[in-house]
Design a binder for this molecule. Structure first.
Ligand code: TTP
Ligand code: CA
Ligand code: CA
Length: 661
């Protein structure tokens, strides 16, 4: 990993080649490699696009409201999204509905759609906020809009050259490198000429431009020293990237009525910081030569993965809150004080270095549907009614994920139950090899519930959550949660953990895949207690209520392999694991008592739970023979979706219907 920052890559030029001609600092090889989107290419262009006040915009569009009307989306008494006109009145997510209406009496505050116990579809209901005990929030409307926007973004980019990663319900990363490469060659045909002496390490000629037209882009200011240096190809590349993003944003606005903000830079870390830099409806360009001054303006704890314990540790250790001051700390000192991996990671992050790739594969790792009961529920019947809702909610998302086409399917199901301070979960494998339908999921969920009930001390129950995970591709070649999992020897070791007997299995031995284990794989999610040398840091531990025996994961610990802007289930789990409580409680983990202010932190925490579930499931998996997926007959095609139509009242677009037995 590089140890010195690319802060001054545009230093004074020395004419190395070309008989005194000033040349670019980039080589022919680097230019040609731009076509293949290499993650360490210095010409790389990555954008992050994030919708402004997303749920609020969805409601504006749904209700056909003029853009200047203040609107906030209500969930029970709390606000979960606030549009920009409402923010001008001082309204934020921290406000309750009552407070917000005091600040702005004209505020429009639609309640999110809900599933209602005993009803068979989600709906927008005027009385939802008074029905927290019988309703459960549905995020389907926002997922549908999210899907439309994603499809349009993809449609705006050339099919063969695009790399789009959905990074949350309202955001995407775009690796624009190969598209930029092709535009560069088109616009500057001189770049197509072979390098002098056919030597790809020769430097390119400088671009024939001294001033670039950035239009309305917000440009990060440069150091004085950098201001006077002529543009090089990385500036031209990023300018082209920013033109592409401008077009994408214009289409999203013109065709779907949504505004979004974007950051354009050389990697995910910087582009994500860029998109949040100026909102709403703006795009920020972080040129390579501006990275140093851009990063130096941040507080340490504002950087991703530095918002929690690790951030506090860094602040205390180096006695400063400012990224700027950390530039002075040599790498060796970072490593000595924070541990090797963390030291390198912090050293790179503050310098805006991030080589993670934009991954166009679907990255859903888990799906969770949950409900906290106030008042509590007291009978198996009530619990089963909620299981039906959870299953319908999850199944609708599975269909989106391509479960019907057997593109991706979950391998494990987990039910979590809370009774007083006691929490219990039971998990099991989802049988593979036949089409997964709602009934199967419901039966599995009911089985898990029965297991929990059989142990007694179940009622009253204050929370139930159902999740599926361990996504596997029906089509070979992709990697879902498996990317997190340790396979091969490590997995075997886990399966034969001491005290575990292996169940009879007809599963053929799986090929041993080589995986890096030191800082990859599931181990990253598990206990690394703070060691004497401070090698790892513990974040808030999921408290192990009742019989769950959850190891602690260092939540503040940066996950070196995971990309920045780590994608979440569908935005993040908090809103699904709805608690119906205002503010901070909205981001409580539904499965343990840990609470989070930052949705990203909650997401990592829930990923940790999931990883743990899947590890557990791996232990029981051999009980099921693993067969290749059965091809679906044409009569089965679309079964799940079509069987939902034609019953009862009209469904709203994308709405699914519950089956009550
Ligand atoms: P964000 O992108 O974090 O926020 P936003 O789109 O509302 O506003 P911004 O313009 O600053 O990007 O989250 C996307 C959606 O996720 C948001 O509209 C509502 C939902 N959400 C919650 O439900 N709870 C939360 O705590 C957060 C942060 C978001
Ligand atoms: Ca947003
Ligand atoms: Ca977002």
């Amino acid at each position: 990993m590089p140890s010195s920052p690319p802060l001054h890559r545009h230093g004074a030029f020395s004419p190395l080649h070309g008989g005194g001609l000033r040349r670019s600092q980039f080589t022919y090889r680097q230019l040609s490699q731009l076509a293949s989107s290499g993650t360490s290419n210095p010409l790389r262009v990555v954008a992050h696009v994030d919708l402004d006040g997303f749920y609020a915009q969805c409601e504006m569009v749904r209700l056909g409201l003029p853009k200047d009307k203040p609107l906030a989306v209500q969930q029970w008494q709390a606000l979960i999204a606030v549009n920009y006109p409402a923010r001008e009145w001082g309204i934020g997510r921290h406000c309750s509905v009552t407070e917000a209406k005091k600040l702005c009496p004209d505020l429009i505050a639609p309640h999110v759609a809900t599933w209602r116990e005993g009803d068979d579809k989600w709906a927008y209901r005027d009385d939802a906020d008074a029905n927290i005990s019988t309703d459960k929030v549905s995020l389907d409307p926002y997922r549908l809009e999210s899907r439309k926007i994603l499809a349009l973004v993809k449609d705006s980019l050339p099919a063969g050259l695009q790399r789009v990663e959905k990074a949350g319900i309202d955001e995407v990363f775009l690796d624009l490198s190969s598209q930029v490469h092709s535009i560069l060659l088109e616009r500057y045909p001189e770049l197509k000429s072979p390098p002098p002496y056919d030597d790809p390490t020769e430097r390119l000629p400088l671009p024939p431009i001294s001033a670039l037209d950035w239009q309305a882009d917000a440009l990060i200011d440069l150091d004085e020293e950098q201001e006077t240096v002529d543009p090089d190809w990385d500036d031209v590349a990023i300018l082209i990237g920013s033109e592409i993003v401008r077009d994408v944003r214009a289409r999203v606005w013109n065709e779907l009525d949504y505004t979004c903000s974007a950051g354009i830079a050389s990697n995910k870390l910087l582009s994500k910081l860029g998109s949040a830099f100026k909102k709403p409806n703006q795009q920020t360009v972080v040129r390579n030569r501006a990275v140093g001054s851009f990063m130096s303006g941040f507080k340490i704890t504002k950087l991703r993965n530095l918002g929690g314990k690790l951030g506090s540790q860094v602040v205390t250790t180096f006695e400063t809150e400012n990224v700027k001051d950390l530039f002075e700390v040599p790498l060796d000192t970072m490593k000595a004080k924070l541990g090797n991996d963390t030291g390198i990671w912090v050293h790179n992050t503050i310098r805006g270095i991030d080589n993670s790739e934009v991954n166009s594969r679907t990255q859903i790792k888990s799906m969770l549907s949950a409900k906290s009961f106030r008042p509590t529920i007291n009978t198996p019947d009530q619990a089963v009614k909620w299981l039906r809702i959870f299953v319908a909610d999850i199944y609708a998302r599975l269909i989106e994920e391509g479960v019907l086409e057997n593109k991706r399917r979950p391998r494990t199901i987990n039910l979590h139950h809370r009774h007083g301070s006691q929490t219990r979960s039971r998990q099991g494998p989802i049988p593979q090899g036949k089409l997964l339908d709602e009934e199967t999921l419901l039966d599995l969920a009911k089985d898990l519930l029965a297991q929990i009930i059989s142990e007694g001390r179940v009622w009253p129950c204050s929370n139930l959550s159902l999740s599926v995970g361990g996504f596997e591709d029906g089509v070979k070649g992709n990697m879902g949660i498996d990317g997190f999992l340790v396979k091969g020897e490590e997995a075997e070791a886990l399966r034969y953990a001491p005290g575990e007997s292996r169940l009879a299995s007809t599963e053929p031995d799986r090929p041993v895949k080589k995986r890096r284990v030191e800082d990859g794989g599931i181990q990253r999610f598990f206990a690394r207690k703070p060691s004497a040398d401070g090698n790892s840091v513990n974040g808030p531990e999921p408290s192990a209520g009742g019989e769950t025996d959850l190891p602690s994961r260092p939540l503040g610990m940066p996950n070196l392999d995971l990309p920045v802007g780590q994608p979440s289930t569908s935005g993040f789990a908090s809103a699904q694991a709805e608690h119906g409580l205002p503010d901070a409680d909205l981001l409580a983990c539904s499965r343990c008592k840990a609470s989070f202010i930052d949705p990203d932190a909650l997401q990592s925490h829930e990923d940790w739970h999931l990883a743990k579930d899947i590890q557990e499931a791996e232990r029981v998996r051999p009980a099921f023979a693993e067969r290749p997926p059965t091809p679906r007959s044409s009569s089965q095609k679309g079964q799940g979706a079509s069987s939902k139509r034609g019953r009862g009242g009209k469904l709203e677009h994308g709405q699914s219907r519950l089956r009550f037995g």
